[in-house]
Design a binder for this molecule. Structure first.
Ligand SMILES: Cc1cc2nc3c(=O)[nH]c(=O)nc-3n(C[C@H](O)[C@H](O)[C@H](O)COP(=O)(O)OP(=O)(O)OC[C@H]3O[C@@H](n4cnc5c(N)ncnc54)[C@H](O)[C@@H]3O)c2cc1C
Length: 278
């Protein structure tokens, strides 16, 4: 196990956030020790806006046995494994089930927690068993027991996904790659700059990106935080943005549209005083 104070900006895709005590756990004994004080679990940090002051809780990262998986994707897959790596392996093996997650830069644990996915499929569809660490021991659940719905799971409070068994269907490499290409085509136009994916939840039957576009908000900046010109629901870090700047941008959007934030906010974040410009 490694314990170090690290800037969370380095461990999140948005690239903002102050320091925290990061516990990188490799075994169940590590996990038991790490969870003896208040903690948060970090996946690949791709859905997080972390305060500039960091967070006071321990931040647990899964490594070692929690990131292992068999090359043929049989048996247990560690929750710290990266979804894009598993998807590539499934394509080579001609196993179908993960294609809907193409382009989602999550770890398995984060993808389970958020029920990540696209209109082509979501994490819950590809699960047979989920192993959770909760109340000091391991529990096993079928997906029907975990309250999955659109971008949401009902994992018990404080539980940590440790491993999963995937439910994949034999297909062919060609067919799997064709489905990945379909998802890829639908993702065209999404910005490459640092982000945490879509910042706002889509309201029923509409798209937050479209609404932001219609209001003429694309290109709005606060310091180094910008509403992407390519996609209105992507708030991007132009390099060196602060959490306060990102949050000021969120509030700017919310001052004209009743949109709910999709990102998870860690710690105290207040909007920057910085000038909003276009
Ligand atoms: C470029 C880009 C594109 C994206 N596209 C999509 C998309 O198409 N669809 C989509 O759904 N999302 C998308 N996202 C958002 C993001 O990838 C997902 O929300 C993803 O599920 C987050 O996983 P993560 O491992 O990064 O988790 P993190 O962001 O690190 O954490 C998210 C939540 O999961 C919890 N968590 C993480 N690991 C565990 C664990 N082992 N056990 C319990 N809880 C855990 C965290 O505590 C936190 O509550 C995108 C993000 C980016 C940057």
């Amino acid at each position: 196990m490694k314990i170090a104070r690290l800037p969370l900006a380095r461990l999140t895709t948005l690239g903002v956030g102050g320091e925290a005590e990061v516990w990188t756990v490799e075994t169940l004994a590590d996990l038991v020790q790490a969870t003896q004080a208040p903690y948060r679990v970090l996946g690949n940090g791709s859905n997080l806006l972390v305060s500039d002051a960091g967070v006071p809780e321990r931040v647990i990262r899964l490594s070692g046995e929690f990131a292992e998986w068999n090359p043929d994707l049989s048996g247990w897959v560690g929750a710290g494994a990266l979804v894009p790596s598993l998807l590539q392996a499934s394509a080579r093996l001609g196993l179908s089930g993960l294609e809907g997650l193409h382009g989602v830069p999550a770890q398995v644990g984060g993808a389970v927690k958020m029920n990540a996915g696209t209109r082509f499929g979501e994490m819950a569809d590809a699960l047979e068993v989920v192993e959770l660490f909760h109340d000091g021991r391991l529990h096993h659940f079928g997906p029907a027991e975990l309250g999955f719905r659109y971008r949401h799971s009902g994992l018990p409070e404080g539980s940590i996904v440790t491993r999963v068994k995937l439910k994949l269907t034999p297909s062919s490499e060609e067919a799997v790659r064709a489905r990945i290409a379909l998802v890829d085509a639908a993702r065209k136009g999404q910005p490459k700059k640092k982000s945490a994916g879509c910042a706002f939840k889509n309201p029923p039957g509409d798209s937050a990106g479209r609404l932001i576009d219609v209001k003429g908000l694309k290109g709005t900046t606060v310091g180094k935080a910008m509403i992407s010109l390519e996609h209105g629901n992507f708030l991007v870090n132009l390099g060196g943005a602060t959490a306060a700047e990102m949050y000021a941008l969120i509030r700017k959007v919310q001052s004209v549209l009743p949109l709910e934030v999709e990102w998870e906010i860690w710690g105290e974040v207040t909007p920057a005083e910085a000038e909003v410009s276009r």
